[in-house]
Write a new protein. Structure first.
Length: 331
């Protein structure tokens, strides 16, 4: 996934120099709801067991995993024996995009293992960037999206169309397709596209209409505007820094405004939603909230913004913030 590549050095050339200046749309701003905190609670498929001292202890299906977590600056709630009784530990760079390796204290494990989300099967995956192929904090967005698709599909003759940019291992795309949407999944990494297609097979959704496209997200949406392609829902999960398959450089603070402006241009006349998530950036959710609200002036609807958090399973039940988000909904 382009969103999970290592950080790009800031001295590399930026694409914003190639573009005309942005023009602020006219019209009334959408209504707003903020802060709206979307929370994930423990369940049989995933749980944040404990966190603290710069790490988090999680349960992904049958496996207990320890990974770095810079925001967990508090003390651990559980004793060492619970932290030692694990299947995998990520060692190495503690930065969000830092490379490292996995250690398996009990027995050697393969690269993947079976996982489920709301009855949908997929593969968890040990990667060199400490990620495991899924971001469980996105669950509220996935369920919200599936509800919009199912409701709209019951009222329309034509299928709901979803564009998933920076799609990574494809779980959001599979959930959208299962709900009845036609999905276009874009990611700059051939490896991630391969993982996503593998997840499609594991989920038994091979016949669902999903286009898998390995391309730079910005270049793709620019061409979609020219082709007059239109989508009802657009998912944006961009990195702070990233590289496209042809060396294109992505820098969030300089490129995101143009991406959001182009997103507006590829929406259908009666769109449903646009969801923007931001990880590992030094900013408040107010920044992306204001960007999305300004960009959708005159569109009506509402912009809801806040943080995605995961609630611990232990008695402390602390909430760990994982990312910022802003989403525009038509109603």
């Amino acid at each position: 996934m382009q969103a999970k590549n290592p950080s790009t050095p800031p001295h590399l050339p930026r694409r914003d120099a190639e573009r005309p200046p942005l023009v602020r749309p006219s019209g009334a701003l959408p209504a707003e709801t903020l802060p709206l905190i979307l929370e994930v609670a423990p369940d049989a498929d995933y749980a944040l067991i404990d966190s603290g001292e710069g790490q988090k202890l999680e349960r992904y299906g049958p496996l207990r995993i320890v990974r770095p977590e810079n925001q967990a600056i508090w003390a651990r709630a559980l004793p060492p024996r619970d932290w030692n009784r694990v299947d995998a530990v990520f060692t190495g760079d503690t930065d969000e995009e830092g490379m490292g390796r996995w250690r398996f204290p009990r027995e050697p494990l393969g690269e993947t293992w079976p996982m489920r989300f709301d009855g949908l099967s997929y593969l968890g995956r040990f990667t060199s960037f400490r990620h495991v192929g899924v971001f469980p904090e996105q669950a509220p967005h996935w369920r919200h999206m599936a509800g919009l698709i199912e409701e709209a599909s019951a009222k329309r003759r034509e299928p709901v169309k979803v564009l998933n940019l920076f799609g990574y291992t494809g779980l959001a795309s599979l959930i959208a397709a299962r709900a009845g949407a036609h999905v276009t999944h874009v990611d700059a990494s051939k490896k991630a596209i391969g993982w996503a297609r593998e997840n499609q097979e594991v989920a038994g959704l091979e016949t669902k209409p999903i286009r898998w496209i390995c391309e730079d997200a910005m270049r793709f949406i620019e061409r979609e505007v020219k082709r007059e392609s239109r989508y009802d829902i657009v998912l944006l999960d961009p990195p702070a820094y990233g590289r496209g398959p042809k060396g294109e450089v992505w820098q969030l603070f300089s490129d995101l405004p143009a991406l959001v402006a182009l997103t507006r241009q590829v929406l259908t006349p009666k769109p449903l939603a646009v969801v923007l998530t931001a990880y590992s950036i030094r900013a408040s959710f107010f920044a992306i909230h204001a960007l999305l609200r300004d960009s959708f002036a005159g569109m009506g609807g509402r912009v809801e913004s806040g943080e995605l958090v995961i609630r611990e399973e232990n008695e402390a039940a602390r909430a760990l913030s994982t990312s910022l988000y802003a989403r525009w909904v038509a109603r």
